[in-house]
Design a binder for this molecule. Sequence first.
Ligand SMILES: NC(=O)c1ccc[n+]([C@@H]2O[C@H](COP(=O)([O-])OP(=O)(O)OC[C@H]3O[C@@H](n4cnc5c(N)ncnc54)[C@H](O)[C@@H]3O)[C@@H](O)[C@H]2O)c1
Ligand SMILES: O[C@H]1[C@H](O)[C@@H](O)[C@H](O)[C@@H](O)[C@H]1O
Length: 340
Amino acid sequence: MSTTAPLGVAVIGTGLMGADHVRRIDEVISGARVAAVADPDGDRAAEVAARIEDCAVHTDPHAALAAPGVGAVLIASPGPAHEETLLAALERDLPVLCEKPLTPDAASALRVLAAEQKLGHRRVQVGFMRRYDAEYRRLARLLADRELGRPLMLHCRHRNLSVHPYFTNDMVINDSVSHEFDAARWLLGQEIAAVRVYRPTPASVTETGLSDPQFVVFETTGGVVVDVEIFVNGGFGYQVQAEAVCEHGTARIGEAHGLLTNTAGRWGGEIAPDFLTRFADAYDREVQEWADAARRGEVTGPGAWDGYAAVAACAAGIEAQRTGRRVPVEMAERPAFYGR
Ligand SMILES: NC(=O)c1ccc[n+]([C@@H]2O[C@H](COP(=O)([O-])OP(=O)(O)OC[C@H]3O[C@@H](n4cnc5c(N)ncnc54)[C@H](O)[C@@H]3O)[C@@H](O)[C@H]2O)c1
Ligand SMILES: O[C@H]1[C@H](O)[C@@H](O)[C@H](O)[C@@H](O)[C@H]1O
């Protein structure tokens, strides 16, 4: 591939995220194009690819990976389908941006790490887009530079307007709290040591048995305590907030309210409806930086090890959710291949 040719991306899964990434690659970022899409719902795939020139449309992800001009893969299928596509992409030595979770359990995540190590170079990035958000980046710098001293606690709130009706209790941890595990690891530079989950009398229980909201408390290997309110059918908007409590002060992000109005005895701002709005800039930066790095044969964002570390914390979280107990996180030794 010439270094000036656009990177041909196969987008696997053309639901909410996949369709947004197709639009982003087509309209927002430079140096990449959508070369193929795949979704078992062929009509959906065709509809999403309709405006794109020279884009192959498939129902089988393997066929999309083999389509002409494909040089990279963006996986946006549901978590349980990630492993198969990740292994197929690695088999073809293709750079991959895989939406979180890397996989739904630690054993499958370890199989992905083994395949990448066998290949001999890193190819996998995981879609932890908060690492590309301006506010999160400011907080990360402040903590790394010890501007307020050592971090002691993090208070996090993660509220969604609503989630897909198929959302389960496991997904609360794997799909939603996984962001908090990754953000805490990245902000603090520490691993997650143990997890506990509290379930208040729910506001709602759905047909899948999803009990909402939940309160997750975890400890890190450096002794920081993190609490997370996760409320996936909060019903009023999308809020992701984090407050770091440090030795010499506190720092809070996620308070932006957009337009502020004063009227008829009321004062107030706006709340983003969803992650696509709140994290739009972060997704754009994530996919641009991934594509640029992929063209150089590099991975610069959160990699397979970060994906695995979050999955290991999620496994403890799911057990903690079921048992009500404090569950230590079991993690494999970090291979030298993944650096420090
Ligand atoms: N980073 C983020 O903020 C963020 C936000 C939302 C979703 N996600 C992640 O993105 C992924 C997709 O979520 P979504 O909300 O778009 O879900 P969705 O249900 O809207 O879309 C998933 C699509 O994948 C298709 N699909 C199912 N099995 C498939 C397979 N084996 N191969 C290819 N396609 C398959 C479905 O038909 C559907 O069109 C999940 O991993 C989710 O956790 C990440
Ligand atoms: O899959 C989505 C996505 O990852 C969002 O960023 C998160 O806020 C939601 O809770 C989750 O359901």
